[in-house]
Design a protein around this ligand. Structure first.
Ligand SMILES: NC(=O)c1ccc[n+]([C@@H]2O[C@H](COP(=O)([O-])OP(=O)(O)OC[C@H]3O[C@@H](n4cnc5c(N)ncnc54)[C@H](OP(=O)(O)O)[C@@H]3O)[C@@H](O)[C@H]2O)c1
Length: 217
């Protein structure tokens, strides 16, 4: 059985992923209700999240070098980072209490000092692909080595559109916020290479003015 991939994003009325403040509580409530084995997140999303919600990167503590001892029913966070751009910042993710632990996906070209950095901190990682991450093989390894098959991608356009262009996404969950971002719009689907036909599976209205639409592909 292949992995089930769901894209879950909060967007504006004009389809922007950024330029407004999403209702984070509702966003994560919907994400959690999917009960995914893992969240798949691009390095750029982590960097943007730390800039938006963090107060600088805190110093590492001894506990940041150990795998957390958390409820095994919690989802993993899988982060793509072949260039090692999250060196020194991964503990901001590992510390998140609703994350079982972080698994990195890297490649044969990932700088050796980053791999060493991961090993020193006891991060699990999968190295797959020469320059770019081989997503299909990474999914296979995640299933074999961690039993991960239901994956919610709570990421930005780059990784989300890559998965859609590969034809491996089963469902798109969009929490549409009643705001127009306008000229600073970061359109959710602007790197899609051709039409993708979806079927509306569910539509729900919330008191805060958001509409949640779910499409199967
Ligand atoms: N509104 C929402 O719901 C929402 C949710 C998440 C993020 N965001 C916003 O989205 C923005 C960040 O997203 P983004 O679009 O810049 O990037 P992103 O979705 O975080 O994707 C970047 C990641 O994609 C990987 N990647 C790129 N091409 C690939 C390929 N062909 N195969 C495998 N992996 C590939 C990169 O890997 P390497 O690092 O290995 O190159 C990188 O880690 C931020 O502004 C954030 O605030 C919004």
């Amino acid at each position: 059985m292949k992995s089930e991939i769901i894209i879950h994003n909060s967007i504006s009325l004009d389809g922007s992923l950024t330029g407004f403040m999403p209702d984070m509580e509702l966003h994560y409530k919907i994400a959690g209700d999917y009960k995914p084995d893992a969240h798949l997140i691009g390095a750029d999303t982590v960097i943007a999240g730390n800039e938006m919600f963090g107060n600088g990167i805190p110093d590492e503590l001894p506990a940041d070098f150990e795998k957390p001892n958390r409820d095994p029913s919690l989802p993993w966070w899988i982060i793509t980072d072949s260039r090692g751009r999250l060196k020194g910042a991964l503990h901001t993710c590992r510390r998140y209490e609703y994350c079982r632990d972080v698994i990195l996906i890297v490649t044969e070209s990932t700088p050796a000092d980053y791999i060493e950095h991961l090993k020193e901190r006891n991060y699990s990682f999968i190295s797959i692909g020469k320059e770019k991450i081989d997503i299909v093989q990474a999914l296979r390894r995640l299933k074999e080595e961690f039993g991960i098959s239901k994956i919610l991608t709570d990421t930005g356009r780059t990784l989300g559109n890559t998965l859609l262009n590969m034809g491996i996404v089963e469902e798109i969950s969009l929490l549409i916020h009643p705001i127009i971002v306008g000229e600073k719009c970061y359109p959710i689907f602007s790197e899609i290479s051709g039409n993708i036909l979806g079927k509306l599976k569910k539509s729900e209205k919330f008191d805060n003015g958001c509409v949640w639409n779910v499409y199967t592909l």
